[in-house]
Design a protein around this ligand. Sequence first.
Ligand code: S3P
Length: 421
Amino acid sequence: MSLKGCFTPAGDKSVSHRIALFSLLAQGSTVVTNYSPGEDCHSSLKAVERLGCAVSKNPDGTISITGAGGIVTKQAEIDCGNSGTTIRLLMGILSSLEGSFTLDGDKYLRKRPMQRIATPLEKMGAQITTTDGNAPIKITGGKLSGTEYELPVASAQLKSAVLLAGLNASSPTTVIEPVKSRDHTELMLKSFGAAIKSEPGRITVEPSALSLPKDFYVPGDPSSAAFFLCAATMIKDSEVTARGILLNPTRALFIDVLKRMGADVTINKRGDVPEPWGDITVRYNGRLKACTITAEEVPSLVDEIPILTLVAALAEGESVFHNVGELRIKETDRLVAVRNELGKMGACIYIDDHDDDCKLVISDVEELCAPEELDSYGDHRMAMTLRLALLIAGAECEIEEEECVAVSYPAFHEDLKKLLG
Ligand code: S3P
């Protein structure tokens, strides 16, 4: 058994969310090619449609969106499904627009912290009522004033919510970032006409109008590509190429980590618009060594930690991933999920959170064994990690709620079948 051939993951989830959600504030119309077909991005499209953007699917698979220019439906209840990006970016956008809005989501989203978004927005004058810090959230939108806000954690969703609120505030807004997180919001707002200035650790946005580009291309999702690229480093005789993948450095750091671990990885950059993108090839070479991931690196590979944990479990030596505490509040507590579920297959993973630096310590094992049952905890990235762990172990069992892969990568099983030949 080996993985061989090319695959083309669908459009990037973070970029797809942003082109949809920014349309609420923008004038003009755009035709989006390669919008993510995942359920999360569907939640964003449904939300903006409900709030007043015209959205239509074209026969060639592209999506046309007409912006609402900041004038939205005055009263709306929005179901954000499982999507943290939808609810958090909407909090920023809707706080500054006239109307009353309720934002809610599924049972997993209802457990994720929202007060960290409400706090800086309230400082800008927003009227937000959470349910004990969680969804459902009620927002009465209105006039905001600019602020200077230092992020307590590196989070692109938090940064984006504040910057988006700042677009409609009465004075400039500055966000200070301790560590750089994905920068799609800054790049896209700038290209849509916002007065936004980014310098290391500091981003300032002035009140500005946005206009949508006529056409917008979403490069392939590196966080989806990572699953089969990582799997190819662990499965003998594999050689896979992920085509058309977003190569923004704040997203593609897992490639550097794989290289550091000794994997054979080649990149062929093919374009720069709207952000760098290209093809990534991984050839199995059987030489994986343990690695250290530093605190500064985590935000640029945060979504790849579950699959990198699997790679580390099979690499020679002890790996340490520093400052991974944020993984506790993703779609599930991913630290507990990887420890428990990969642990059922013999992996040796320890969560060390005795000080401020919450670490994952991963010792190597010769091989993985067959578990009796596995649970994805309803988390798409856990489900994909576990499916690949079973493949590597040559084992089969049910993965609880495996269908949640559709949140980000509906074609995951189809692509897996194709690569297995
Ligand atoms: C995202 C930011 C990250 C990431 C999430 C998508 C985004 O979350 O984990 O999958 O699109 O801005 P945080 O902002 O919580 O770090």
